[in-house]
Design a binder for this molecule. Structure first.
Ligand SMILES: C[S@@+](CC[C@H](N)C(=O)[O-])C[C@H]1O[C@@H](n2cnc3c(N)ncnc32)[C@H](O)[C@@H]1O
Length: 301
């Protein structure tokens, strides 16, 4: 979604930008190139490998124009001054290197340790959840973060099997799910949703996103824009709900919006595109992983 992000953030030489999900620094490099010669980028990633790659890549062409820290984007407002940014980008989810390196434990297609931590300084791994959580909690994770209809059956089977042998590898878990729910010619691996759910739980992705959106609005200038790329409906729902709340020009008491009880307020944000922007056909041809990407853009008032 490179072209779409550039169109949304419209980088300028006088501008300051923040990228909370540097990854391989693809978007970051484009923001810096488009804001040459003096645009500034503050960036972070919670993955130490990504941070090193991003630093090296950006230093080649943009030395002296960026600051990179390792950390969660939920903490952007702790180190980037309030009201200082013209644009903030969050490109959520996992990166291709994280998925492709079996030892990171994100993929059911490559056998590796059941890890799934984006930040390997964090103590809790997917192995801890799978071997330590109750069947009830595992089912809740699979249902809430994966929309997995078979959440209870899968959770019970895991708890049963782990009494004989702890789960330590991605293949062990993927094989169990495949035994319980044979593919019958379906394209998607039956463990897709379970793996997504565990990854979201291990990395507290929804909590980080909610805190990150709040922080992003703090560091934006009036007129500055927030661009968020999501990869599944759960993330997109959080972004949509956040946008709905912050663009509303009234509040209401309690949980239910009763029109006669509304109090007018000045909204903090406006939608630049209320409808999600989807990747174009060319991008989908080149990068099939982009098929579930959606971009939403808001502007601080
Ligand atoms: C889809 S990739 C980003 C790709 C990047 N935009 C590029 O152009 O190469 C997502 C990245 O965000 C990072 N990430 C995900 N959640 C994060 C969070 N809460 N805080 C910081 N980094 C996060 C992941 O470690 C991963 O490297």
């Amino acid at each position: 979604m490179a072209a779409e992000v550039l169109a949304a953030l419209n980088p300028q030489a006088s501008g300051r930008y923040a990228d909370g999900t540097l990854g391989g620094a693809g978007h970051a490099a484009q923001l810096l190139a488009a804001s040459s010669p003096t645009g500034w980028l503050s960036g972070c990633d919670r993955d130490g490998v990504a941070v090193e790659i991003a630093k090296t890549r950006l230093a080649e062409k943009f030395a002296g124009r960026f600051e990179i820290r390792r950390g969660n984007f939920s903490e952007l407002a702790d180190w980037i001054p309030a009201g200082s940014c013209d644009g903030v980008l969050l490109d959520l989810g996992v990166s291709s290197p994280q998925l492709d390196h079996a030892e990171r434990g994100f993929s059911f297609q490559n056998d590796g340790p059941l890890d799934m931590r984006m930040d390997n300084r964090q103590p809790q791994t997917a192995t801890d959840l799978v071997n330590g959580e109750s069947a009830e909690n595992l089912a809740k994770i699979f249902w809430e973060f994966g929309d997995e209809r078979d959440s209870r059956r899968f959770a019970k089977a895991i708890v049963h099997d782990r009494t004989a042998r702890k789960f330590t590898t991605t293949k062990q878990l993927a094989d169990l799910i495949e035994r319980l729910a044979p593919r019958h010619g379906k394209k998607a691996h039956p463990a897709t949703k379970v793996f997504q759910a565990l990854r979201i739980a291990v990395n507290d992705e929804i909590g980080s996103l909610k805190r990150g959106l709040n922080g992003a609005v703090k560091i934006l200038k009036p007129g500055g824009r927030l661009a968020v790329i999501t990869f599944h409906s759960l993330e997109d729902r959080v972004v949509k709900e956040f946008g709905r709340e912050r663009t509303r020009d009234y509040t209401f008491p309690g949980e239910v919006d009763i029109p006669t009880l509304r109090t007018p307020i000045a909204p903090e944000l406006k939608w630049v595109s209320r409808k999600a922007i989807l990747p174009g056909e060319n991008e989908l041809r080149e990068n099939p992983r982009a098929r579930s990407a959606q971009l939403r853009v808001m502007e601080k008032i």
